[in-house]
Design a binder for this molecule. Structure first.
Ligand code: KG4
Ligand code: ZN
Length: 346
């Protein structure tokens, strides 16, 4: 599709959000015409995490309304669509299947070319929906399932150079929030409460801070935070102000580790542009710490706007413009082989 102008209909359903978007590309200019997101935070909140079966059942309910609203909001008709982009992994297989099969059905019925997109690739390029692209760059993807560092030389050249060896940083926030009884998804809640706390109040360990490689670890930090809560009497006994101090301190520790590893990657590869993405990149302290330290270190740090940080179909559509689409008639076998791949690694 590379240089063609096109209306692009995009689907994202890898976890608990169902999203459908319409984008338009005119030369190098990409516009989001609609980006509808059905969130299921209230469905999964009471369970303290995503229940896969519930996520896919709710995706089924959302799938047709989301499509209709996305098309209406964009002011086009389904027949105007020239390209379809859909997440096909990684993620929950039942969730992935709903969006992907809706996309394939439209592709087949209306004979519209389709591209399958890796969810992480969607995040990696998300800042460029709003800022001009500049290669090469270091990509830090921080979400509920990922804390990964990549070197990106072009749309087709993405190499993993560092990753968490255990928990993702979003998972740490979600688990700590749950433990304190503040609910799910925890990242956003922690961010708000941490603003009221003192980030110097607790000195938490910074796992792998001084290691020579770009890998990270967050499960030890999670254990340290839970131990600190327990030593103060446990979740039910802790004062709100103390909880805010703990949250501010853990948020600071996470931001410090993420920056240290990202800056090390820049030095290692002689690169000065950094794109930070994924749900955790919505975090206000991560944004301010990266901004301040990055300026000092001469790095150009780019974030997507907060609404494009968490899962949404517009970022999947953007990545789709740079792929070679599969024609459902001319490339029938390839088309039929497009399937959900829950553990698709970039
Ligand atoms: O990218 P995303 O929407 O879904 C995945 O691909 O996982 O990221 C979700 C993660 C969750 O762990 C959530 O708690 C976290 O992003 N998150 C945040 C914030 N908003 C969402 N973490 C820290 N600060 C936030 N403001
Ligand atoms: Zn995501």
């Amino acid at each position: 599709m590379k240089d063609a102008d096109a209306f692009n209909l995009a689907f994202e359903s890898s976890c608990d959000d169902f999203s459908c978007a319409v984008l338009y590309k005119n030369g190098k200019d990409v516009k989001i015409l609609s980006n509808v997101i059905y969130s299921q935070d209230f469905v999964h909140g009471i369970y303290g995490g995503v229940v896969p079966e519930l996520a896919s059942r709710n995706h089924i309910k959302a799938s047709l309304p989301a499509l209709r609203i996305a098309i209406d909001k964009a002011g086009i008709k389904l027949e105007n669509v020239e390209l379809i982009s859909a997440t096909s992994g990684p993620g929950l297989v039942g969730s992935l299947l709903i969006g992907l099969m809706e996309a394939k059905t439209i592709s087949f019925a209306l004979n519209i070319p389709i591209v399958k997109i890796n969810h992480i690739e969607g995040h990696i390029f998300s800042p460029f929906l709003e800022t001009a692209e500049r290669f090469p760059f270091i990509a830090l993807v921080i979400s509920g399932g990922h804390t990964h560092i990549y070197i990106v030389k072009s749309h087709g050249d993405i190499r993993l150079i560092g990753r968490t060896r255990d928990d993702a940083c979003g998972e740490l926030f979600d688990k700590v929030s749950n433990y304190l009884g503040f609910g799910y998804p925890g990242g956003k809640i922690i961010d708000v409460l941490a603003e009221k706390g003192d980030k110097e109040a607790f000195k938490f360990p910074l796992p792998m801070f001084h290691s020579r490689n770009l890998d990270m670890s967050f499960s030890g930090l999670k254990t340290a935070v839970i131990s600190a809560i327990d030593s103060l009497g446990g979740p039910g006994k802790i004062k709100k102000e103390t909880a805010c101090d703990i949250l501010a301190s853990v948020r600071e520790a996470v931001a410090a580790v993420l920056y240290k590893k990202t800056a090390a990657a820049c030095r290692m590869y002689g690169i000065d542009t950094v794109a930070v993405s994924g749900g955790v990149s919505a975090n206000s302290r991560i944004r301010s710490l990266f901004g301040d330290y990055g300026k000092n270190d001469g790095l150009r740090i780019i974030f997507p706007s907060v609404s494009l940080s968490t899962d949404n179909a517009a970022i999947i559509g953007y990545a789709g413009f740079f792929k070679t689409p599969v024609d459902p008639v001319k490339n029938r076998e390839e088309f039929l082989n497009i399937n959900a791949d829950s553990s698709w690694e970039l």
